[in-house]
Design a protein around this ligand. Structure first.
Ligand code: C5P
Length: 287
């Protein structure tokens, strides 16, 4: 958080899913997942000025509508708490959209957290998680931040200790992937029992460093968007055994021990069409 007395800037971090298993499909159409997620140092910024109504603008004009999760989160909080407060909010995007990095959900979580404080509502984290789950499956995770085992459709978040920070090289091929497109094309053959991911979480809860797992959406992503497979194979050649798809993609993350290692991966695979970044895992919001 930083800024002047009247306008304050808040960060909304991106995430990676170091492992993501789909356990099955629920009657409501959503899927049960088991995932280890980590927030990272890439973030959007939300500038907030107190106001009497909810006003919203965005650095990306295409995302500046009233259906953006930022004004939706503010309206949901306003109606749930029967508050008459408002806020003037400006979202400056750095996290690419449709990337599997959770940008929109993180923006929503930041708005819930920050306006709960600024409007002096006193809602508990559990109450915010309940509201957040109505906005998007990843919002509960972002209300905690750091590292966590995430289950259900995303609403159950078990925080994990953030051991030594790790680095990730992020590479996004030039397409945007709607999460629903990938989830809706899953087949029962893509489902697994979640144990690979639970084992990683169990190790981390005992202080082990983060390990890569599996991604149950990857096969479907590669089938629908073959360009993501090509990019993934190229990155995997540059960093054998360390590349994974984050969430529903198409961003490919590479687990690295040092910033320099991440830089080497990016230099090997960067081209003008690909968005690339070097990030570090970050701790919990309340840490
Ligand atoms: O919850 P969110 O709006 O982010 O989800 C976008 C879409 O992804 C949902 O409409 C659903 O099709 C799919 N989804 C799912 N199971 C989840 C999370 C998302 O099927 N656990």
């Amino acid at each position: 958080m930083s800024g002047t007395a009247s306008a304050v800037k808040y960060r909304a971090p991106a995430k990676v899913n170091v492992s993501l298993e789909v356990v099955g499909r629920r009657p409501d159409g959503y899927h049960e997942i088991v995932s280890v997620m980590q927030t990272v140092s890439l973030s959007d910024e939300i500038e907030i000025i107190d106001g009497s109504e909810i006003l919203f603008t965005c650095s990306e004009p295409g995302l500046g509508g009233n259906d953006n999760l930022v004004p939706r989160a503010a309206r949901l909080l306003q109606s749930a708490s029967r508050s008459t407060e408002g806020a003037q909010m400006r979202l400056v995007k750095s996290i690419p959209h449709g990337a599997g990095l959770g940008g929109g959900s993180s923006d929503a979580a930041t708005v819930l957290r920050v306006l709960n404080d600024r409007w002096d509502l006193g809602l508990s984290l559990a109450q915010l998680v309940g509201l957040g789950a109505r906005l998007g499956s990843d919002v509960p995770f972002f209300l905690h931040g750091g590292s966590a085992l995430v289950t259900g459709r995303g609403e159950f978040v078990d925080p994990l200790p953030t051991s030594k920070p790790v680095w990730y090289a992020l590479i996004k091929p030039p397409i945007s992937v709607p999460t629903s497109t990938v989830f809706n094309a899953l087949l029962p053959s893509d489902w697994t029992d979640g144990m690979v991911t639970r084992d990683i979480a169990c190790g981390m809860s005992k202080g082990a460093s983060v390990q890569l797992g599996v991604n149950g959406l990857q096969h479907t992503l590669f089938t629908i968007f073959p360009a993501t497979r090509e990019c993934f194979e190229e990155v995997s050649q540059a960093a054998p055994g360390r590349a994974f798809i984050s969430g529903s993609g198409p961003t490919i993350a590479v687990l690295c021990g040092t910033r320099n290692e991440a830089k080497q991966v990016i230099s090997a695979v960067a081209n003008e069409d690909r968005w690339c970044a070097i990030v570090q895992s970050t701790g919990r919001n309340d840490a």
